[in-house]
Design a protein around this ligand. Structure first.
Ligand code: ACO
Length: 315
């Protein structure tokens, strides 16, 4: 399986740290030094599905194929305005595809989980062209009066088209249940048989626990991914790490003893866009001409669950 096209789309509204400090007890200095985020793109009058469709169409164009050529669509999403139908069906209609599709919710590690699923389809000989779309609006999950969470996130969509090939060298996924560290409740409709009090709760996060998990999981996933195919960290040309916090990225880089130049970042002006973060970064690096043919790329992501994963692929 090879990645043969990428695309991304961001909401037009840009919210700077200065704008947040107008209504929150925070500052550009605190947010920048603790997270690396200076501004983020936030959904306003757009719909997430429109961003997803835009990113998908750009990826199809980049791959020089049409929606009719697709055999499967996998959409990674945590929340959107529909409980049902799944977002992938909305994207399928929006781009004019006719293939089967499914949604997955693997939090910020969704893109790598989608790659693993697609890889098994390829190995089974069931597909020729697959579209992965990650579309996320975490700014709709947080309490905008909670300075410890809302400053971290931004919205967006990233997509990749896959074709046959041998460029995916190794993928490793992990999960360890820790549901009290990062979670959100949805309010379901009452029934005559529900007796407990229910309320909807915005995103809750134990930041330092998430931080420690992220560094440990990413370091372990990347090491296992490289070890499986006997590749040394020094042989990797680029490390695309989930854009959650520049301090997390620095800790992973220090663990691997790798130079800063191998770790592109866009968190500065995107914030954490959950599972969209990795494919958006991939698309931006690709369009900026940052990759050469044959480069070895590691991607690593981690999120609520906890779940995490890493993949090694050739460009
Ligand atoms: N502005 C100003 N002060 C703040 C802010 C803010 N935006 N947020 C928290 N503080 C305060 C706290 O109230 C606390 O004050 P106190 O000492 O008076 O109690 C102080 O800053 C320190 O708070 P900590 O939580 O200890 O700060 P920390 O250095 O751990 O940084 C952060 C917090 C940035 C959330 C960090 O823990 C982190 O990045 N964790 C990882 C979280 C993450 O990546 N989440 C993304 C979700 S994972 C995924 O992608 C799905």
């Amino acid at each position: 399986m090879n990645i043969i096209g990428t695309g991304s789309a961001l909401p037009k509204k840009i919210v700077t740290n200065g704008m947040l400090s107008e209504f929150l007890d925070t500052s550009d200095e605190w947010i920048t030094t603790r997270t690396g985020v200076k501004s983020r793109h936030v959904i306003s009058d757009e719909k997430l599905e429109d961003l997803a469709i835009k990113a998908a169409l750009k990826a199809l164009d980049d791959a020089s194929i049409s929606a009719a050529d697709l055999d499967f669509i996998i959409c990674s999403n945590v929340v959107n305005e529909y409980v049902t139908p799944q977002l992938s069906c909305i994207i399928q209609g929006g781009i004019g595809a006719a293939c089967p599709c499914m949604d997955i919710n693997c939090a910020c590690a969704g893109f790598i989980h989608a790659l693993e699923i697609a890889e098994s389809f390829y190995k089974a000989g069931r597909v020729n062209k697959v579209l992965i779309v990650c579309a996320e609006e975490p700014t709709r999950m947080t309490d905008w009066n909670d300075r410890s969470t809302c400053v971290l996130f931004g919205d967006g969509a990233g997509a990749a088209v896959l074709g046959p090939g041998e460029n995916i060298r190794s993928i490793k996924l992990s999960a360890s249940s820790a549901t009290d560290k990062l979670w959100q409740y949805r309010l379901l409709h009452p029934t005559p048989y529900i007796t407990k009090e229910e309320c909807d709760v915005p995103l809750q996060m134990k930041g330092q626990d998430v931080f420690k998990f992220a560094v440990k999981a990413a370091s372990g996933d990347i090491s296992r991914t490289l070890a499986e195919v006997s590749v040394d960290p020094d042989q990797v040309d680029h490390y695309l790490v989930h854009q959650a916090n520049t301090r997390i990225i620095t800790a992973i880089r220090n663990y691997l003893h790798q130079p800063d130049e191998k770790f592109p970042v866009n968190i500065t002006d995107h914030g954490n866009s959950s599972s969209s973060s990795c494919p958006i970064l991939l698309d931006e690096c690709s369009r900026a001409g940052r990759f050469n043919e044959g480069d070895l790329i590691v991607m690593s992501a981690f999120g609520a669950g906890f779940v995490s994963g890493a993949v090694l692929f050739k460009w």
